[in-house]
Ligand binder design. Structure first.
Ligand code: GDP
Length: 476
């Protein structure tokens, strides 16, 4: 069977409940309309309001995007140093910079896209890295790539923690105030939302600062966080967010499936793996092993934790001591395919060896597959990133998922797949090896919990602490 044996016989929902438009040519990006051959239909339907908002966003992007007169006008005001904003009509922009690993990038992009929806902006991507070889264009008849001759291109790399155009730094240096008005609104502003950001940078999440930021034509984000939970704590966005996402724990699930369509090259890697190793299985289990300690690599205690979790939660059968201990009652043993992703080969090798050396106690057959062993992170090497994306996507196609704590790589898979994973705790932190996540939403790992949002965090019905990070916030 060519196309995902499991789901090909069902009626297909190729537009994912209306998230996608039919405007695209199918061949140029096969993953866009073929994902429903491989993925279980999602039980979560996007709201009509979200769908209409996406369609009007697409039109706005066409009017304001690269190559339009509006874009040209808007970039003109950036030409000279410290130029202040003039009216730019209806077009305002968000520029996304590619920083940190792929999981970080995907989550940041989704956060910025939602922020763009909320504030009537369009989003453009710094394309100096390999983003274009990973994802297809999500918006029809236009491009989400920032043209290479964008006037600020040479400055983009200076938009870091102490960058003089970054909002936090400007607040600290008193070169901007939240009360700044009209003639003093800058034409662009950098927002630094990286995990080591400080109190001044976090003012981005305050209502009164949003009133100023909203007026700036160009916002450049140097960010690596999934900050959507904290947008819910900004009062002026709450009503709109509730309308867009009546079911709060589906935000990334919908936005992710709307935005991220692997290119044909990556899609080939995904479908070849899927058809060879996953499509015939009765059950599939994904295990994402991310080792965040230094040094990283293979550790017996992590292996033990994985085994304790899959055994304790009955995700995999145990290995019987002898053939006579096999207690299979069913006539047809199941084939269970385990997809392991890790930078290191040993975790899957040990698992595979275990089920070869001894029989599974249920008589079921366990097959273990790991697509790549890259050994170390090589972000911005094209093929490495393509493999990472293929693996994130493959994990999202499994029936059940085990992920590693605090890993955005895992968050993206669970969100795309609509899966509540079992999260492996930080080793030695807990009595239990893993915990089943309350929801499929990613965690905002460094949420502001003091300052202007402190009061709201305590009383809100919108967010809760993350399972894997008590100081992190996730939508509930
Ligand atoms: P996080 O650091 O776990 O939050 O995830 P990121 O995706 O942001 O960064 C980790 C990067 O390391 C990935 O993007 C990959 O480049 C690489 N990496 C980590 N784990 C894996 C894996 O299991 N498979 C592959 N192919 N790459 C991985």
């Amino acid at each position: 069977l060519e196309k995902g044996q499991k789901y090909s016989r069902r009626p297909r929902d190729k537009l994912l409940g209306g998230l996608l438009t039919e405007e695209f040519d199918e061949e140029s990006c096969l993953s866009r309309y073929h994902s429903s051959f491989y993925r279980k239909p999602s039980p979560h339907k996007p709201s009509q309001y979200l769908l209409s908002k996406l369609r009007s966003y697409e039109m706005l992007h066409k009017r304001c995007g690269p190559g339009t007169k509006a874009y040209k006008e808007a970039t003109k005001i950036l030409g000279h140093h410290d130029s202040m904003s003039r009216s730019v009509g209806e077009c305002k922009y968000i520029v996304w910079l590619a920083v940190y690993g792929l999981g970080n990038r995907i989550l940041t992009l989704s956060s910025l896209f939602l922020y763009a929806l909320l504030t009537g902006r369009i989003i453009l991507l710094d394309q100096r890295t390999d983003i274009n070889s990973l994802f297809c264009e999500p918006f029809p008849g236009t491009s989400w790539l920032l043209p290479l001759d964008f006037p600020l291109t040479d400055q983009l790399d200076s938009f870091n923690k102490n960058g003089s155009h970054c909002y936090g730094t400007m607040l600290k240096n008193h070169t901007i105030k939240w009360t700044t008005r009209d003639n003093n609104i800058p034409s662009y502003l950098c927002l630094y939302l990286i995990h080591d950001y400080e109190d001044h940078d976090k003012m981005f999440f305050c209502e009164r600062d949003q009133n100023l930021i909203r007026q700036v034509p160009w916002l450049v984000f140097n960010a690596n966080l999934y900050f959507i939970p904290s947008l819910w704590l900004i009062p002026s966005y709450q009503t709109e967010l509730n309308k867009l996402f009546p079911q709060r724990d589906t935000v990334f699930h919908h936005l992710g499936r709307y935005l991220f369509h692997p290119t044909n090259k990556v899609w080939g890697m995904i479908t070849r793996s899927y058809n060879t190793y996953l499509s015939r299985a009765d059950e599939t289990l994904g295990i994402q092993v991310r080792v965040l300690t230094k040094p990283a690599g293979y550790f017996q205690h992590v292996m033990n934790q994985i085994l304790a979790c899959t055994k304790g939660e009955k995700l995999l059968p145990e290995v019987a001591a002898t053939e006579s201990k096999v207690t299979n009652t069913s006539t047809r043993p199941k084939l269970i395919s385990v997809l392991v992703t890790s930078l290191y080969p040993e975790y899957s090798e040990n698992l595979r060896t275990m089920y070869w050396e001894g029989p599974s106690s249920t008589g079921d057959m366990v097959q273990v597959y790991q697509p790549s062993q890259e050994m170390y992170q090589q972000t911005d090497k094209r093929l490495h990133d393509q493999k990472a994306l293929a693996e994130i996507y493959l994990l999202s196609l499994t029936d059940k998922l085990v992920t590693s704590n605090s890993s955005t790589f895992g968050y993206v898979s669970q969100g795309l797949g609509g899966l509540r994973p079992w999260i492996l705790y930080k080793p030695k932190n807990q009595k239990n090896p893993c915990v089943k996540a309350i929801s499929m939403e990613p965690c905002f790992l460094r949420a502001p919990i003091y300052g202007c949002q402190a009061k709201t965090v305590k009383i809100t019905r919108f967010v809760r602490p993350c399972e894997d990070r008590l100081t992190g916030l996730k939508l509930r």
